[in-house]
Design a binder for this molecule. Structure first.
Ligand code: FES
Length: 157
C-alpha cells in the first residue's frame, strides 16, 4: 500500500488543526474530519498521532472512526468508482454493474486495489436517476449503463 500520504507535511498540517481545536469541547469529531481531508483516510498511523496529541485513548478514536461510515481506514485509490445502488439504479441492474467492476478490477466493494489505482464504492442515489443505472469515476458520471459498457469505461483509466 502506498504510504506517501503519511508525509511530514501532512503531519505538520494535522498539528495545526489539533492546535486550533484542542481547547474546545467536542474537538475530536472536527479534528477527525480535518485529518481525513488532509490524509485521505484515517489509518492507524493517523489515529495514533491524534491519540498522542489530544490525549484521547486510541481505543476511543478507533471506536468513533469505525462507527461513522464517512470515515475511511484505508487510503482511497487514485480513481474511486462509485456504483449507485439507489432504487432506480438497482431495479435497472446496478448490482450486475458492481459485479462486473469487481470481476474486471479484482476490487470488492469498500476496498482498494493493491496497486492503489481503483477503489470501489456502492453509493446511494446521486440524483441522476434519469440516467439509471449510473456509475461515477471520481467526478465523471456515466449513465444508462449495461455490463458491456464497463470494460470500455475502465480502459480509460
Ligand atoms: S437511484 Fe441511482 S441515481 Fe438515483
Amino acid at each position: 500500500m502506498d504510504k506517501s500520504y503519511l508525509s511530514n507535511e501532512n503531519f505538520a498540517r494535522l498539528d495545526e488543526v489539533i492546535e486550533e481545536h484542542k481547547e474546545k469541547r467536542g474537538a475530536l469529531m472536527p479534528v477527525l474530519h480535518e485529518a481525513q481531508k488532509i490524509f485521505g483516510c484515517l489509518s492507524l498511523e493517523v489515529q495514533k498521532k491524534i491519540s498522542e496529541k489530544m490525549s484521547v485513548p486510541l481505543s476511543e478514536i478507533y471506536g468513533v472512526v469505525t462507527f461513522y461510515s464517512q470515515f475511511t481506514l484505508e487510503p482511497k485509490g487514485k480513481y474511486t468508482i462509485g456504483v449507485c445502488l439507489g432504487t432506480a439504479c438497482y431495479v435497472r441492474g446496478s448490482q450486475a454493474i458492481v459485479d462486473k467492476v469487481t470481476e474486471l478490477t479484482g476490487v470488492a466493494v469498500g476496498k482498494t486495489s493493491s496497486d492503489g489505482k481503483f477503489s470501489l464504492e456502492a453509493t446511494r442515489c446521486i440524483g441522476a436517476c434519469g440516467l439509471a443505472p449510473v456509475l461515477t469515476v471520481n467526478e465523471e458520471v456515466y449513465g444508462r449503463l449495461t455490463v458491456e459498457d464497463i470494460p470500455g469505461i475502465l480502459a480509460k483509466y
